[in-house]
Each structure stands twice: as structure tokens, then as C-alpha cells.
Design a protein around this ligand. Structure first.
Ligand code: MN
Length: 329
């Protein structure tokens, strides 16, 4: 996925958090999605819940795009030409449809429902993503993970994992990163992370033991889901600060519900995000943009994509205003 907001803001995100915990059960903060075009004529639209003004990261999760269900036989579907990434990992997870992935590591893979693909673009990688001709309904999420400073120039990498579904109390859980409900993903990450799809039958109620050092985000795809007392509607992201040892999920709708649970310890470093790059300074972003526009080896070549690669947008010429997560109270 490429961030194609026409005037992408450079975000300075994160930084040390206030460790002063208030007493009692942490509350749930409800974050609404923004509707963002994915670019090009008749382009797909995505619902973006991270980053946003109220919250830029949940653990190292720094970007959450949620799309579909969309009938792509009537549109272009997803067609994202080769574009670069630095300082982050991309996690692709589909509910339906199929996406063809090509990257400058030489990977040519199909992203399918229930199968996680994690691409590491540390120092630099480029990739393309196209929904396949066989796809009728495209529906899923793309998530980005910020790499910590000591690994932000990590080598290009691509990992694939098909989690075995875990069944508990009317829920189906697929753990693609980290551990939950007795399942542990074998996929390597650079900071502790949790990523799982949780589906709930109508009326299902579950309690999940989670790491108290983690903050969590529950993205609702379908259904009305009560998260630890707060009802979340489709496309909303419920945020739970660190300190919770249990999360409760209740499907309050008459049909099935589907959610994505994200978690990780608060990311303590300041990062600068612009377009498809994460750096630590404005200069990092300028260098990455110049390297991409100059077709530098830093990002390599994607072979097999039928078309031109994406150009980076112009850099903003205004002074960049830092943005951070609000202090915890
Ligand atoms: Mn991408």
C-alpha cells in the first residue's frame, strides 16, 4: 500500500510517554476513521484510523488502512504501482479477494485471506500490489509497523504465515503476530507486537488475557462490538492504554462480527513519517525521497509490474509541526 494523500503531512510521532498511571480500569478511547482515496482514477477508498490527530501509534503500529468489501469487477480495485518504503514493515491481511505482491527482494507472492504477509523495508525496499483478475470482492487491512532505531536500516525481508484458527466461546482467533489465546506466531518482529483477527458469533462474549505492558487497539470491521465496556461500530478503532490484563469483547449485533486486535508496548522513540517513509529527522525523509526519485539502488527494482512506478509527492515547504500522542492521564 502506498500513502497517496495529496499533501501528506510530515508527522513527528511518539516520544516518551508519561508513566504516571491513573488508578482503576483504563478507559477505552474511540477513534473514528478518515476516508482516504488510494489514488488514481476510480480509485478504491480506504478507511484510515492510524495515524490521526488523537493518536499516532499503538505499540509500534503506526498506520492502519481498512478497505472494502468492494466489488472490484466494477472498479479498478487495488492497483498500486511500485513505490518505496523505509524504516517500517508492512502487514497485509485480507478477509476476501486476492492481491499480487511483487517486491525488490524478488518476492512474487499472492496475499490471500487468512494468510499474513509481512514485508520489511528497513534501509529501503520497493513493491507493487495489484488485486488479481479472479478477485470479485476485495476486503482487508494493511498495517504498518515502525522499526525501532537500532533496526531501522534492517535488510529487506518478506515473511509469510498462515495461523491455525483458535476457537473459544463463539469466537475464532487467528494470531498473525505475537501471542494470544494460547497461540504464538513464529513471525519475527523487532519490538513485541500483537496482531490477530477475531471473529465473533452473534452474542458471543470472550475474555482475553493480554500483556499489561501493552497498549491495544481493536479495529472493528463488521458488527457492533463492546470492548471492555465501550461499544465500537464498524470502522472504529478502540484504544486501551497499558495496564489492562484482560480485554472483554462482546458481539452485540445480530450477525457475526469481525475485528482486528493490535497491541504492543508504547513506542518510546520519536519518528518522522512522510509519504511511505519513516525516519528520525526531516533530513532522513529528504534523503529517502531523493534516492527514490533518482532510482537509487537503495530501493531496488520491482520486476513484472506492467507500468511505471509511482513518483514521490513534493515535499512540504512549510515548517513541519510536530505531532505526538496525547499524554496519558
Ligand atoms: Mn506499500
Amino acid at each position: 500500500m502506498s500513502n497517496v494523500e495529496t499533501e501528506p503531512a510530515e508527522l513527528r510521532c511518539g516520544g516518551p510517554v508519561d508513566d504516571g498511571q491513573s488508578a482503576g480500569t483504563p478507559g477505552v478511547e474511540v477513534l473514528a476513521a478518515r476516508d482516504v482515496p488510494l489514488g488514481g482514477p476510480r480509485a478504491m477508498r480506504v478507511r484510515r484510523t492510524l495515524p490521526q490527530r488523537a493518536r499516532t501509534l499503538i505499540g509500534a503500529w503506526c498506520f492502519a488502512d481498512h478497505y472494502g468489501p468492494v466489488d472490484v469487477t466494477a472498479t479498478h480495485g487495488m492497483d498500486v504501482a511500485p513505490h518505496p518504503h523505509t524504516g517500517l514493515q508492512t502487514v497485509s491481511w485480507l478477509f476476501s479477494g486476492e492481491v499480487e505482491h511483487r517486491d525488490s527482494l524478488g518476492t512474487h507472492a499472492l496475499v490471500r485471506p487468512g494468510e499474513m504477509n509481512l514485508m520489511t523495508g528497513g534501509y529501503g525496499i520497493s513493491h507493487s500490489e495489484v488485486s488479481t483478475p479472479d478477485t470479485t470482492v476485495l476486503h482487508g487491512v494493511q498495517l504498518w509497523v515502525a522499526l525501532p532505531g537500532e533496526h531501522r536500516s534492517a535488510e529487506r525481508d518478506f515473511q509469510h504465515h498462515i495461523p491455525e484458527p483458535v476457537r473459544i466461546d463463539g469466537a475464532g482467533i487467528r494470531v498473525f503476530l505475537g501471542s494470544l489465546a494460547g497461540d504464538v506466531s513464529p513471525v519475527r518482529t523487532f519490538t513485541p507486537l500483537l496482531g490477530a483477527e477475531i471473529t465473533l458469533e452473534p452474542g458471543a462474549a470472550i475474555s482475553l488475557a493480554v500483556d499489561t505492558d501493552f497498549e491495544h487497539g481493536l479495529l472493528v470491521d463488521s458488527g457492533d462490538v463492546r470492548l471492555s465496556g465501550t461499544v465500537l461500530r464498524p470502522a472504529e478503532l478502540g484504544y486501551v492504554p497499558p495496564g489492562a490484563g484482560t480485554l472483554t469483547l462482546v458481539n452485540e449485533s445480530e450477525g457475526p462480527a469481525r475485528t482486528i486486535l493490535l497491541g504492543g508496548p508504547p513506542f518510546e522513540e520519536e519518528i518522522v513519517m512522510w509519504w511511505n517513509f519513516i525516519g528520525r529527522s526531516h533530513e532522513d525523509i529528504v534523503r529517502a525521497r531523493e534516492a527514490w526519485e533518482a532510482a537509487s539502488d537503495r530501493f531496488g527494482d520491482v520486476t513484472g509490474y506492467p507500468g511505471a512506478r509511482l513518483h514521490a509527492p513534493a515535499l512540504p515547504n512549510a515548517v513541519i509541526r510536530p505531532r505526538r500522542n496525547p499524554p496519558r492521564g
